[in-house]
Design a protein around this ligand. Structure first.
Ligand SMILES: C=C(O[C@@H]1C=C(C(=O)O)C=C[C@H]1O)C(=O)O
Length: 166
C-alpha cells in the first residue's frame, strides 16, 4: 500500500463513521449540523497542522470540505431511516465516535504531511486512486471532487526567507 492510498483510506475511514453519527442523532432527536462542534474539530485540525508545519488555512478549507461531505452522508442516510428504522443501539457520539474522529483527523494530517514531504503536493493524477479508495454508498461524485480539490491545495506554510534583506 503506497503513501497516497494510506491517506485516502484514513479519509474514507472518517466518512465511514457518519452512518453511526446519523443514527445516534436520529434516535436522540438531534440535528445533524452542530456548529460549535465543527469549530472544535477545525481548531483541533489547525493545531495538528501547525505542529506539522502545514498551512493551517489550507487545512481548515480541507476540513470544511470533509465536514460538509460528512453532513451530506448523514442527511442521505437519515432520510433512509424514516422508512427503514434501525432498532439496534447506536454507538455513543460523545464518548465513543467523536474522540475517534479527532484521532483519525490527527493521523490524517500526519499522513498528509509525510506524503507532501516526500512527493510534494497531491497531484491530479492521484484522483484515480482517491476515487477507488473513497467508497461510501452515500458519497456523490460532486462530494469526491470537492474533497479532492481541497486536498490538492494543502502544502507547507511558506517559511520566511532568512537570507532576504529588508
Ligand atoms: C460528525 C458530526 O456531524 C457533523 C460533522 C462534523 C464533522 O465532520 O466533524 C462535526 C459536526 C457536525 O456538524 C458530529 O456531530 O460529530
Amino acid at each position: 500500500e503506497n503513501d497516497a492510498s494510506m491517506l485516502f483510506n484514513t479519509i474514507n475511514e472518517r466518512l465511514s463513521y457518519m452512518e453511526d453519527v446519523a443514527l445516534f442523532k436520529a434516535v436522540n432527536h438531534l440535528p445533524i449540523e452542530d456548529s460549535p462542534r465543527e469549530k472544535r474539530v477545525i481548531a483541533s485540525a489547525q493545531i495538528s497542522a501547525a505542529t506539522q508545519g502545514l498551512d493551517s488555512a489550507l487545512i481548515k478549507d480541507f476540513f470544511k470540505a470533509q465536514i460538509d461531505v460528512a453532513k451530506a452522508i448523514q442527511y442521505r442516510y437519515r432520510a433512509d431511516l424514516l422508512s427503514q428504522p434501525r432498532l439496534d443501539t447506536p454507538k455513543d457520539l460523545r464518548l465513543e465516535i467523536r474522540p475517534h474522529l479527532i484521532r483519525l483527523g490527527d493521523s490524517l494530517i500526519v499522513q498528509l504531511s509525510n506524503y507532501i514531504k516526500k512527493h510534494g503536493q497531491i497531484q491530479a493524477n492521484e484522483f484515480e486512486t482517491f476515487n477507488s479508495s473513497i467508497e461510501h454508498r452515500y458519497i456523490s461524485d460532486a462530494d469526491k471532487l470537492r474533497l479532492f480539490n481541497a486536498l490538492m491545495q494543502v502544502d507547507y506554510l511558506n517559511k520566511p526567507d532568512s537570507n532576504k534583506l529588508d
